[in-house]
Design a protein around this ligand. Structure first.
Ligand code: ZN
Length: 368
């Protein structure tokens, strides 16, 4: 089977991390179905030798992942709500947003962010593919279109008079299978003089801190500034600022505008470019070293678990489950038989078991 880069169509031949087979991390198993089979898919990240975009193959349609049973409601995280409020205030001040402006958020979820603009009297519109989260937003008085975003939706927005002065997406760029249709849509939906901001986990931190547990099926791309700048430039969009954020293990917030737009380039952009260049993100070596490091970590953990088992020890761990789909490495799931069940705080988890809970035998949350 041939695989090609989702941005530049170069054949993918260089492994970034091969995590074997895994179930979808946000697919929940009902307790009564615990003894039935479950679908496992390859979890293999590649780096494009040409544009250096790190990516998974798309094997499950996004429509089947981000559907009505989609589990994640943004407003259930208080730290994320605070992050969204600070962002809204900062953008309003910096870009002079007011009652004549239009804010559009892609993947607006339950209105966790746009509620700040609505409260400030700034027109805001959400575009959100999952109907259950969108319904919560609409209930809060936040206009929301239940749609996937791309070039076609962007044209509909413009036709309906919603071309954006501020067009934003938090943790969505990494989740889109057709990144060209998505960024092409950003270009269409952005008003002349408008600003795009996107936040995504920074590949540099994934590599530096061995965060291979952030690789999961819903997360199609692992983004560096280098690759994102190439993709945006291809679609006629220019970056003019970058901020580094502590969220999701270290994220970037990029600021973009139409090529030759009015906003002056800020020093943050060059600072992150320099950081990535110093670590060699435009060379293939660093990606090959990471692939080897993941294999080493896997062998060391398996060795530890086998030794502990043979000594009659019980292993308990703490799982990060604050964000969408975050789960431990697939080997943890397979190293244990289920012996603990957990019900989470997210509504869709009630009565269901996250796939990784069922397999891990490791109880999420605080250790006793
Ligand atoms: Zn490529």
């Amino acid at each position: 089977m041939s695989r090609h880069c989702r941005f530049c169509h170069t054949p993918l031949t260089h492994t970034f991390a091969d995590l074997g087979l895994s179930p979808l991390s946000n697919s929940y198993v009902r307790a009564e179905r615990l003894n039935q089979g479950e679908m496992f898919y390859p979890l293999h990240a590649w780096v494009c030798p040409s544009c250096k975009l790190v990516q998974l193959e798309e094997f499950e349609r996004a429509e089947n992942i981000f559907n009505d049973e989609y589990a994640y409601f943004s407003s259930y995280s208080s730290s994320w709500l605070a992050h969204a409020r600070q962002y809204s205030e900062a953008m309003t001040a910096r870009f002079g947003l007011n009652a004549a402006s239009q804010v559009v958020e892609i993947a607006s979820n339950d209105g966790y962010l746009l509620q700040n603009f609505v409260a400030a009297g700034i027109p805001a519109l959400g575009v959100e593919p999952t109907a259950n989260t969108a319904a919560v937003a609409i209930g809060k008085g936040i206009p929301t279109w239940v749609k996937f975003f791309g070039v076609a939706t962007a044209h509909e927005l413009v036709t309906a008079g919603h071309a954006a002065d501020l067009l934003l997406g938090n943790n969505v760029l990494a989740h889109v299978p057709d990144i060209n249709d998505f960024v092409g849509g950003l270009k269409v939906a952005l008003k002349q003089g408008g600003v795009i901001t996107m936040e995504f986990p920074h590949l540099l931190n994934l590599i530096r801190h061995n965060q291979f547990d952030t690789i999961y099926h819903e997360h199609f791309s692992y983004l560096s500034l280098l690759a994102v700048e190439r993709i945006f430039a291809h679609h006629g969009l220019t970056l003019f600022d970058v901020q580094e954020l502590p969220t999701h293990g270290g994220s970037l917030r990029i600021f973009a505008q139409h090529a030759n737009g009015p906003h002056a380039t800020q020093p943050g952009l060059q600072a992150v470019r320099d950081k990535e260049a110093a670590d060699g993100l435009d060379e293939l070596d660093i990606y090959a070293r990471f692939a080897a490091q993941v294999d080493e970590t896997k062998r060391a953990l398996l060795r530890f678990l086998i030794d502990a088992k043979e000594q009659g020890l019980r292993v308990r761990g703490r799982l990060r489950c604050a964000g969408q789909g975050q789960h431990p490495a697939e080997l943890l799931r397979r190293a244990h038989r289920p012996d603990r069940l957990h019900r989470g705080r997210q509504p869709a988890q009630t009565g269901n078991l996250a796939a990784w809970h069922a397999y891990s035998g490791v109880r999420p949350g605080k250790t006793a």
